[in-house]
Design a protein around this ligand. Structure first.
Ligand SMILES: Cc1cc2nc3c(=O)[nH]c(=O)nc-3n(C[C@H](O)[C@H](O)[C@H](O)COP(=O)(O)OP(=O)(O)OC[C@H]3O[C@@H](n4cnc5c(N)ncnc54)[C@H](O)[C@@H]3O)c2cc1C
Length: 389
């Protein structure tokens, strides 16, 4: 029997969960259709960094709104847990990027973000176990840290369900139906569902799902290796760090581990379903060589485990939050390996775009789908170049 809803969200990763939370809060009967189980895509493998430093003000605005209204205030705003841990965050910049670092930090301060440019000597004072050669300046955000992407997703979904949303797992969308240029519903492995609003939040599968509505999204997959190292007992406190000098990012993982990954060598264009869950052969050796330059005590560490995750990435490595194709069809995809931290405010802004015609939490119009056809790819105001090389 056909089931009828006000809105259908395809995909129960963090993006779909955030959108469902905000739709249900506005009173829409919402169905979230998930081909496997919640957070089984990119979200379940996310490194979970919550930092506000971007080279694009619109992305900093999204993370700041996400931090201020959600991660820093989760129980009150959403209910449940998101696992946010405040470690502080450092963006270590290449020497030739000093002007850009200062430009980005100035933009972020205008937004209201608690951030400043600090010298390598100041970094050393705050975090004595970090080697501070090979760079002069870093941006420091004392309020940032990391959160648990699976907890975040489930907590959004639980709250959406409390507001009347329906989550259906093991339910793959196999067709999207339109009449007179408007979406009307979907077919799935669990039957048909009707709704005048359909949101594609299918992560690395979003290109395939968009094609079901006749929309061609320039999105490929991005496959990313992440290592967990044992934390040497003598290692003192350190924050979450994106280090553009050694091309790595790392952060504490609880009290016993360190999470670390590289900014280069992530594979592009694997099939979203490829079961290739083994890291690239040079991953660990390269990572440890790089990490030792910044934290020599990593020599005393050992490898705990590795996991491999996959997200969808666009040509400018920025998300798509937009209407596209038939009336009532929306894209919230192409999150390009950085979309966890922005998902709360991005979900709020998407729902405003859908229901009110204009986003108000954060202006997400820079992330419109049409930019690709127009050849107007997004560039940061003080761009560092692509995050993922
Ligand atoms: C290894 C890794 C590390 C990362 N680290 C960070 C980080 O530190 N900070 C940060 O901000 N971001 C990070 N990211 C990015 C962030 O995690 C992702 O951008 C975000 O989780 C994507 O969420 P999503 O909901 O769009 O996609 P997904 O989590 O992939 O969810 C999409 C869902 O859609 C479902 N689906 C697909 N096709 C269908 C269909 N036909 N019918 C029904 N359901 C369907 C899938 O099963 C899946 O559950 C990282 C990503 C990876 C892979």
């Amino acid at each position: 029997m056909m089931q009828t809803y006000d809105a259908i969200v395809i995909g129960a990763g963090v993006m779909g969960a955030s959108i469902a939370f905000h739709l249900a809060e506005r009173g829409l009967q919402t169905a979230i259709l998930e081909r496997k189980v919640t957070a089984s895509g990119a979200t379940g493998h996310s490194s979970g960094l919550v930092r506000m430093h971007y080279d694009l003000a619109a992305e900093s605005e999204l993370t700041f709104a996400s931090y201020k209204n959600y991660f820093g205030n989760w129980k009150e705003r959403v209910g449940g847990e998101c696992g946010f841990i405040n470690t502080g965050f450092l963006q270590v910049a290449k020497r030739e990027h000093e002007d850009k670092l200062r430009g980005n930090v100035a933009n972020q301060q205008k937004i209201g973000i608690n951030t400043s440019v600090i010298s390598a000597a100041e970094v050393k004072k705050l975090f004595p176990d970090l080697v501070t050669e090979h760079f002069d300046y870093a941006a420091y955000e004392p309020d940032s840290g990391y959160a648990d992407a699976t907890l975040t997703t489930n907590s959004f979904l639980d709250s959406a369900k409390r507001n009347g949303a329906t989550l259906i797992q093991n339910c793959e969308v196999t067709a999207i139906h339109t009449t007179g240029g408007k979406v009307t519903g979907v077919s799935t492995t669990k039957g048909g569902f009707d709704a005048p609003i359909i949101i594609n939040a299918a992560g690395p599968w979003a290109k395939h799902v968009a094609a079901l509505a006749g929309v061609d999204v320039p999105l490929v997959t991005w496959t990313h290796d992440v290592a967990f190292l044992h934390r040497p007992p003598s290692l003192g406190k350190f924050p979450a760090v994106i280090d553009d000098v050694i091309n790595c990012y790392f952060r504490p993982e609880g009290s016993a581990l360190i999470l670390a990954a590289g900014e280069d060598e992530s594979l592009r264009g694997e099939a979203p379903d490829a079961e290739d869950q083994t890291p690239t052969p040079t991953f660990v050796d390269k990572l440890i060589d790089a990490m030792v330059q910044r934290i020599p005590k990593i020599e005393e560490s050992g490898l705990h485990s590795i996991h491999v995750g996959r997200d969808g990435i666009t040509p400018d490595q920025r998300s798509i939050y937009s209407a596209a194709g038939p009336d009532g069809f929306y894209l919230a995809c192409g999150l390009s390996g950085t979309g966890f931290k922005t998902s709360p405010a991005a979900g709020a802004s998407m729902v405003e775009l859908i229901l009110d015609g204009k986003p108000k939490t954060v202006d997400i119009t820079p992330f419109r789908f049409q930019r690709f056809a127009e050849g107007k790819l997004i560039e940061g105001e003080y761009g560092y170049g692509h995050i993922w090389k």
